[in-house]
Write a protein that binds this ligand. Structure first.
Ligand SMILES: NC(=O)c1ccc[n+]([C@@H]2O[C@H](COP(=O)([O-])OP(=O)(O)OC[C@H]3O[C@@H](n4cnc5c(N)ncnc54)[C@H](OP(=O)(O)O)[C@@H]3O)[C@@H](O)[C@H]2O)c1
Length: 315
């Protein structure tokens, strides 16, 4: 009998083939002794320490399925090399695309400044009334005609790009390999420096890897036009926060909307909180693995038959 451990952090009910049973474990506690022999572990919201403990003590473990799209927490937990890791890639596309669109529109329509003005009971006349037309340029005030560069053009970006297109944006992606994906042109990181001066909004949706660490850095911000906004919903480690803040405070770029941070929760002492042109959301883009039961049903069946799993993470 194969045992699959399900996390206490989410209600899951995958369809199980014969010969498989599930048991629920508390993601805030070490896996109890009587469940340590399980072959498969589903992770969602586990602490780093809990995952590291599971990696150390679950001697018969063959497979870890995280429901997160970014498998970084599971990859760094210390699971033995033979343990297959699969991600929740695809489960977060809708929610993250929607949140990213909200951040981009908030930047274009100056919602952070408008909310701050409302807090002060101030009619922000400079942002209302008669405005320049979008095509008059010099500012990012509309998605109509805006040039958007999405760095990390994977599953989430493929959902987001059409939402931007429908509002009139021109979208280009960045990924490890160039070509066309989901109908959009995709360039490599080596081509990014040339693309930055013609970018109105730079969106980061990169995974946390060694190669992506601080990919969005001072050199990147320096090549963007002054009116550009940076939006990051990938992982905090992919963006140099100090360099971003310096670029915004120095008027090098117009502002940023950030959902992910190097340290989470963002410490109260972070100067990002006090920069009026920074919009902060608390890693709120995803958090809702849509279709987790289907992924689990498919992968448990494949695991039991010894067939390839969906969303295998290369280690
Ligand atoms: N804020 C949130 O709540 C939230 C929620 C879900 C996910 N996320 C983050 O979003 C990330 C992306 O999710 P996804 O589902 O879209 O993943 P995905 O489908 O695996 O896409 C990742 C993309 O990043 C590209 N990439 C990876 N390393 C790169 C590098 N060194 N240079 C350039 N491009 C690189 C990949 O290019 P190739 O395809 O060419 O390798 C791929 O296009 C996750 O890893 C996670 O960190 C955040």
């Amino acid at each position: 009998m194969t045992t699959v451990l399900l996390p206490s952090s989410i209600a899951l009910s995958p369809t199980l083939p014969d010969g498989v049973r599930t048991a629920t474990y508390d993601v805030d506690q070490p896996v109890p002794d009587d469940l340590l022999d399980a072959e498969a572990l589903v992770a969602w919201g586990n602490s780093t320490a809990q995952l590291a403990d599971a990696a150390r003590r679950m001697g018969r473990l063959c497979w870890v399925q995280t429901l997160a799209a970014g498998p970084d927490a599971v990859l760094t937990a210390g699971f033995a090399p033979h343990v297959e890791i699969t991600s929740g890639r695809g489960l977060h596309d809708g929610p993250v695309a929607e949140h990213t669109l909200a951040l981009v529109l908030a930047a274009a329509r100056r919602l952070p400044e408008l909310v701050r003005a409302q807090d002060q009971h101030r009619w922000a006349a400079e942002l209302g009334g008669m405005q320049r037309l979008p095509h008059e340029g010099g500012e990012f005030r509309s998605l109509s005609g805006a040039r958007v560069l999405i760095w990390g053009f994977g599953s989430i970006a493929a959902r987001l790009a059409p939402l931007l297109t429908v509002l009139g944006a021109q979208v280009v992606g960045v990924a490890s390999r160039a070509g066309e994906r989901a109908g959009y042109p995709v360039i490599t990181p080596a081509e990014v420096p040339q693309a930055l001066p013609g970018t109105d909004v730079l969106i980061g949706i990169l995974p946390a890897t060694h190669a992506t660490r601080r990919a969005l850095d001072a050199a990147v911000f320096a090549r963007l036009p002054r009116h550009a906004w940076v939006v990051n919903v990938g992982r905090g480690s992919t963006l140099d926060e100090e360099a971003l803040l310096a670029a915004i405070a120095g008027g090098r770029i117009a502002g940023a909307a950030l959902d992910v941070f190097e340290t989470e929760p963002l410490p109260p002492s972070s100067p990002l909180w006090d920069e009026p042109r920074v919009l902060i959301t608390p890693h709120a883009a995803g958090g809702r693995p849509v279709g987790a039961d289907t992924l689990l049903t498919d992968n448990i069946a494949a695991f039991e038959r010894g067939e390839p799993l969906r969303n295998v993470v290369r280690r």
